[in-house]
Design a protein around this ligand. Structure first.
Ligand code: FAD
Length: 536
């Protein structure tokens, strides 16, 4: 029995090159039909600030499908773009395209299951696999990847196209430092295996390459024995320099006598502290920020967040190890909050928050996020000017702050980081609300992001955006600095028609130029489930 497909036509707005329309027949020839649901979901992302409809969405089931499709795009006489989309958790339309097709890498039926190689301590995963599923597959073998993001419902290809960072990065480096090998479909439709030894130019370009050089269809990720449990500790500081001194000390430690995860956040209003406290344990005695000495400090507190992983067999020594490490730190003595939980629950902690926010209708709102890498030498200026200045005691979401060691990042990758041995991630994870409060509005928050960037620029801080977003090529050139020439050369080599990941706005597809673009309404085929089935 097979399901019959009916083709009907719908009117779709399309940006076309004058005289070179991608016609419905070409979509059909490529084996594409247009599923309105797929098109709708591929036109939006987590940021909810841009909406761009693709012509169609391809759901590949193998690397071969991806390669055949990209080759057809590369060879197309008209030309059209191809944007890989993982879980669509970008902020500014990075996985969208209005001039071509979205390749939906994550989701049912795509790729294969993760394959764990226990003896070699790595796992081979499909590029669209979500990290939560990678984790589950590896745990079945008592293993786990080493470097994480805070949230696991992101695709492997999506985070490797950026860097993939969390509190383990100070020790293990970002996720892109923990990849042995990749299969990549280049912008010419060639399926290539690459690593540090084999096709190294492609390997390094793709890692942190914002999807510009190829579509990752397989990644071989390094593993370690999975811990069973995690001791999760939060301590507070009212003094910024004591806070950063301790964070920097903790990321300088090696060997066993160190924490496994070092992050931190800035608390500029009281609601936040009691909010996280309640997810930690019962909030019977709400914490008053003023009682912790923040009054002398512009009302701002800093929370250091650290964890120590352990195996039940070493549970007896964990308390002593933690105590010895905490003794070296200068936090407010009465502010130690501790909890203990299974490793998987710790890694998957943000999903809990997601479910809470979803139930309150606060997940699917615009997210004008700003993520910056700030050089260590400028972090105190940043505190004075931004946390205690521009923010004005108002937040609209968590503000993360934690340092990383540059020597754990491979400079050959495409990511750019500040030119200092230690730099901080500062992440403003904002949610805009339409509740009549001006300081929560999208316009206000977007404006504040601009003010922060202007302040950094005027202060000569040399910050770099993480998950960068720019609108012009000259801004991208400045972002990449000395890496720009290589970035451009790799683009010419691996995606000469500039058809990949055009939503990043770095290169204009060669078949488009502003003078020959126009917007047209054209009919395109729609896939519908038949109301009846037929037997063969
Ligand atoms: P998408 O948004 O689908 O794609 C992002 C870019 O990658 C696009 O340009 C796309 O074309 C390209 N791309 C996607 N798949 C592939 C592929 N297979 N091959 C080549 N290119 C591809 N980041 C961190 O580093 N650390 C964090 O802790 C962290 N936490 C987050 C928490 C939340 C709630 C959210 C929404 C984001 C977070 N991020 C974090 C950011 C996240 O890593 C990036 O937004 C990432 O791109 C999302 O992955 P995705 O699969 O949704 O990518």
């Amino acid at each position: 029995m097979a399901t019959k497909l009916l083709l009907t036509f719908a009117i779709c707005r399309l940006i076309v090159t004058v005289g070179l329309t991608l016609e419905p027949t070409e979509l059909l020839r490529l084996g594409l039909t247009v599923d309105p649901f797929d098109v709708e979901s591929a036109s939006a992302d987590f940021g909810l600030m841009t909406k761009v409809e693709p012509l169609a969405v391809l759901r590949p089931s193998s690397a071969k499908d991806v390669a055949q499709f990209v080759k057809a795009a590369y060879e197309s006489s008209h030309g059209f773009t191809v944007s890989a989309r993982g879980h669509g958790h970008s902020i500014n339309g990075q996985a969208q395209t209005g001039t071509g097709v979205v390749v939906q890498m994550s989701g049912v039926g795509s790729g294969g299951k993760p394959r764990v190689w226990g003896d070699d301590m790595y796992v081979d995963v499909w590029g669209g696999e979500l990290w939560i599923d990678v984790l589950k597959s590896c745990l079945a073998y008592g293993l786990a990847p080493k470097s994480w993001t805070d949230y696991l419902y992101l695709s492997v290809g999506g985070t490797l196209s950026n860097a993939g960072i969390s509190g383990q990065a100070f020790h293990h480096g970002p996720q892109i430092s923990n990849v042995h090998e990749l299969d990549v479909v280049t912008g010419k439709g060639e399926l290539m295996t690459c690593s540090k030894e084999q096709n190294p130019e492609l390997f390094h370009a793709v890692l942190g390459g914002l999807g510009q050089f190829g579509i990752i269809t397989r990644a071989r990720i390094s593993l370690e024995p999975a811990p069973q449990r995690v001791r999760w500790i939060r301590v507070l500081y009212s003094n910024f320099s004591a806070f950063t001194k301790d964070q920097e000390y903790l990321i300088s430690l090696h060997g066993n006598q160190k924490f496994d995860y070092v992050e931190g956040f800035v608390i500029v209003d009281e609601g936040l502290i009691n909010n996280w406290r309640s997810s930690f344990f019962s909030p019977r005695n709400p914490v008053k920020i003023s009682s912790l000495g923040s009054n002398n400090n512009g009302g701002v507190l800093y929370c250091l967040e650290i964890t120590k992983n352990y195996h039940e067999s070493t549970a007896e020594t964990i308390d002593q190890e933690i105590e010895a490490l905490l003794k070296k730190l200068n936090f407010i003595p009465t502010s130690v909050f501790t909890t203990d939980l299974p490793y998987v629950d710790f890694l998957d902690r943000v999903h809990k928050a997601e479910l809470k926010l979803r139930s309150k209708g606060m997940w699917e709102v615009p997210h004008p996020w700003l993520n910056l890498f700030v050089p260590k030498s400028k972090i105190a200026d940043f505190d004075r000017g931004v946390f205690k200045g521009i923010l004005g005691n108002k937040t609209s979401g968590p503000i993360l702050i934690y340092p990383m060691n540059k020597n754990k990042w491979d400079d050959k990758s495409s990511v750019v980081t500040p030119d200092e041995d230690v730099f901080y991630l500062v992440a403003f994870l904002r949610s805009a609300l339409d509740n009549g409060e001006e300081t929560q509005s999208l316009e206000y928050l977007t404006n504040q992001n601009r003010q922060i960037l202007k302040f950094c620029d005027e202060d000569g801080m040399k910050v770099k955006q993480y998950l960068p977003h720019y609108k012009t090529q000259s801004e991208w050139k400045e972002h990449y600095g000395s890496k720009w020439d290589r970035f451009q050369r790799m683009k010419m080599k691996f995606d000469p028609r500039h058809i990949l990941a055009s939503g990043q706005n770095i290169f204009t597809p060669t078949f488009l130029s502003s003078s020959n673009m126009m917007v047209m309404d054209i009919p395109i085929p729609i896939k519908q489930k038949a109301r009846e089935s037929i037997d063969f």
